[in-house]
Write a protein that binds this ligand. Structure first.
Ligand SMILES: Nc1ncnc2c1ncn2[C@@H]1O[C@H](COP(=O)(O)OP(=O)(O)O)[C@@H](O)[C@H]1O
Ligand SMILES: [Mg+2]
Length: 244
């Protein structure tokens, strides 16, 4: 097998006496869609925040594209970060900015990858097109439905042309039909842009459709790993509890 594009080893993180991650590890291979499932409060968001540097791990190593994230200089760190798109739990659009401005914002922060952009409109439109919302370019966030907001947030991630996309609960809070649309969109993005992704979810339908491989996070550890089907067929009571 090729070397992983992301490798997390021996990751531990506690908050006071709350041991959240306890020797968690993860390998994401190029082009793969890896789902991390775990119940609410199991440390999924903490894990992904460690990965992007928003939370400082107690111990562990994190490598992205072969670089050790703990020891990188700021400049190299910024460079890697442009390759990692992060779709936060919730959509986190800037309410006071139009869709266009929301999408232009990350472009202006990553001048190194894109140079100085005179007119961002073509890039904004291309990103909106890939989520089917070109017509929303001049709308404000409060004019968008929940599903549209999620799509725009995804477009804002895509505009940076990341090699890796991290999704934190991409379908949470959406109705079943909109969830399905977002799930299909995630599939088509992986196919079109050949991105590698980590998808955090407790949505079984989402996991079934997007997972090339899955990790179940229980008690801070990789409790079981495998394909969706192999895990869904497990007789282990803790695993079965997820598929009821
Ligand atoms: N900044 C923080 N300070 C203290 N405790 C935190 C912090 N962030 C997360 N936690 C705790 O870590 C645990 C895992 O949280 P989280 O990763 O958000 O769970 P989830 O799997 O639902 O995403 C929870 O018990 C949460 O209260
Ligand atoms: Mg979470």
């Amino acid at each position: 097998m090729s070397t992983p594009i992301i490798q997390i080893q021996h990751l531990k993180k506690s908050f006071g006496t709350n041991k959240v991650l306890d020797d968690f590890h993860l390998e994401l291979y190029e082009g793969e869609s890896l789902v991390v499932m775990g119940k609410s409060g199991s440390g999924k968001s903490v894990m992904i925040k460690c990965l992007v540097g928003l939370v400082q791990p107690d111990i562990g190593t994190i490598e992205i594209m072969g670089k050790n994230m703990m020891t990188l200089e700021q400049e190299e760190l910024d460079e890697i970060r442009t390759e990692v798109g992060f779709l936060f739990q919730g959509s986190a659009l800037y309410d006071s900015m139009s869709v266009r401005e929301n999408l232009e914002f990350p472009l202006r922060r990553h001048t190194k990858k894109f140079g100085k952009i005179k007119d961002a409109t073509p890039m904004v439109l291309e990103a909106l097109k890939s989520v089917g919302l070109e017509n929303a370019i001049d709308l404000m966030p409060n004019e968008l439905s929940g599903g549209m907001k999620r799509r725009i947030a995804l477009a804002r991630t895509l505009i940076l042309k990341p090699k890796i996309i991290l999704y934190d609960e991409p379908t949470t809070g959406l109705d079943p039909i909109t969830s399905k649309e977002i799930i299909q969109l995630m599939k088509s993005i992986q196919k079109t842009y050949k991105t590698s992704s980590i998808v955090i979810t407790h949505d079984i339908d989402c996991a079934r459709v997007v997972a090339d491989r899955m990790i179940l996070l229980i008690d801070g550890k990789n409790y079981i790993e495998g394909t969706f089907n192999s895990i869904a067929q497990s007789e282990d009571p803790k695993v079965k509890a997820f598929f009821k």
